[in-house]
Design a protein around this ligand. Structure first.
Ligand SMILES: CC(C)(COP(=O)(O)OP(=O)(O)OC[C@H]1O[C@@H](n2cnc3c(N)ncnc32)[C@H](O)[C@@H]1OP(=O)(O)O)[C@@H](O)C(=O)NCCC(=O)NCCS
Length: 185
């Protein structure tokens, strides 16, 4: 996968860089993630396929949406392995929702999720002036990742999503700027 030279890294971590998602990122690999059973497993809109025109249109709509959507790329091999975003940015209330998808199966379970979440959380507090970042997920890997970064569990949305034919609880999380700062990040 080649890199769009007009998009330098925006946030840089130990093994990952995050940079804006651009039209050139709409590859067949990326489209495959959006139709992959493992990725769809824990997502709310899971019953409908995504097509290439829909993916391209979504990327094209990003600049007007007001969300911060970044491609997650490995430093080694400069490979696009997923996306991470701050959505529902409420500037007045200084809060935003974090969402993440590691689409490439071989990129999961290697600490990339935790690293990308830490990078974007730090950016949200240090550079965007946010006070609260929140997320909700039924995915045990996501829940462990945010718990290990000091996010607080706020509650449960009971039986909110159908996963493998069973209604499961969605865990609600948040972290506040002062809590992140206290952890010395
Ligand atoms: C959820 C996701 C972001 C986690 O990222 P990841 O890089 O795979 O996870 P990490 O390697 O950073 O591991 C985070 C923690 O989860 C644990 N973990 C990893 N895979 C796991 C699994 N399949 N089941 C349970 N725990 C798991 C790790 O051991 C680690 O816990 P620890 O710190 O206590 O050891 C990623 O797997 C993903 O994008 N999945 C598909 C889409 C999705 O479900 N997104 C979340 C919806 S909000």
């Amino acid at each position: 996968m080649t890199r769009d030279p007009s998009q330098p890294p925006f946030l840089t971590g130990e093994r990952l860089v995050l940079r804006p998602l651009v039209a050139a990122d709409a590859t067949r690999d990326y489209l495959a993630w959006l139709n992959d059973a493992e990725v769809l497993r824990y997502r709310a809109p899971k019953a409908l396929p995504t097509t290439m025109p829909q993916l391209r249109a979504w990327i094209a709509s990003l600049p007007g949406r007001g969300d911060l959507v970044l491609a997650i790329r490995t430093k080694r091999g400069d490979r696009h392995v997923g996306n991470i975003a701050l959505n529902t940015i409420l500037w007045v209330h200084r809060s935003a929702e974090l969402s993440i998808m590691l689409g490439a199966a071989d990129a999961r379970g290697r600490g990339y999720g935790r690293e990308a979440i830490a990078l974007l959380t730090a950016h949200g507090f240090a550079s965007m002036g946010l006070n609260r970042i929140w997320a909700e997920s039924p995915n045990p890997a996501f829940n462990r990742a945010v718990a290990s970064l000091g996010w607080r569990r706020e509650g449960l949305k009971r039986e909110a999503l159908l996963v493998d034919g069973k209604l499961v609880d969605v865990v609600c999380w948040s972290i506040l700027a002062r809590e992140w700062k206290k952890r010395g990040r």
